[in-house]
Design a protein around this ligand. Structure first.
Ligand code: TYD
Length: 208
């Protein structure tokens, strides 16, 4: 099973996912956590170029292509082989981040980004996508409070950008209702863990 975790900045998705993965492993599932952009050495090199704060001149289409290139490498080297072995692969961000950030917030258009990604993914989609939905103001406040997290090029965008990201995520979730589960990420850490865990277990049960 391939599960993707999506949401705006500061939604707590990475910390929650680690807890949920640990719980599934305790039950005997083999879980692999990974992330985008990145997840393999080549894809991590592409990540460094994309997120470098010095790269202020990056063209939005170049940015979209780099995310898609990183995604392709990640699928070929990691996601496809591991899911074939029967592992649960959970990726912190995937195609829907491109749809929300490049398609929505950068205004390139969802369908254009879908098409561009189709080339990289060969039409492959996750079995389940958890959307950690949160007000951008609250998310950014959480990031500011979390001193351990490095600020990247996209965190520095204006608040309207983050509103656009959130709205596009919600639009995509309604467009692909079979794949998406929307979680209220403004709830307490423990509650969100519980919700995310049950969403994955429900999907596992229905995949059997
Ligand atoms: P990261 O530090 O991993 O952020 P987060 O902890 O919020 O996931 O940086 C990834 C950034 O890249 C994040 O701002 C979202 C953005 N992004 C896109 O714009 N498009 C994409 O396709 C992906 C995968 C990420």
């Amino acid at each position: 099973m391939f599960v993707t975790i999506e949401g705006p900045e500061g939604s707590g998705k990475s910390s929650v996912t680690k807890e949920v993965a640990a719980r599934l492993e305790k039950e005997g599932f083999e879980v692999v956590l990974t992330r985008e952009p990145g997840g393999t050495p080549i894809a991590e090199q592409i990540r460094n170029v994309i997120l470098d704060k010095e790269n202020t001149k990056m063209d939005p289409v170049t940015e979209a292509l780099l995310y898609a290139a990183s995604r392709r490498q990640h699928l070929v080297e990691k996601v496809w082989p591991l899911t074939k072995e029967g592992k649960i692969v959970i990726s912190d961000r995937f195609i829907d981040s491109s749809l929300a950030y490049q398609g929505g917030a950068r205004n390139l258009g969802i369908d254009y980004i879908l098409e561009l990604n189709h080339f990289a993914t060969e039409g492959y989609f996750p079995d389940l996508t958890l959307l950690f939905d949160i007000e951008p103001e609250l998310g950014l406040k959480r990031i500011a409070a979390n001193k351990g997290r490095e600020v990247n090029r996209l965190d520095l965008e204006k608040i309207e950008f983050h509103h656009q990201v959130r709205q596009t995520f919600l639009d995509i979730a309604h467009r692909f209702p079979d794949r998406f589960v929307i979680l209220d990420a403004s709830k307490s850490f423990e509650e969100v863990i519980e919700d995310a865990y049950h969403a994955i277990k429900d999907r596992l049960a229905s995949c059997k």
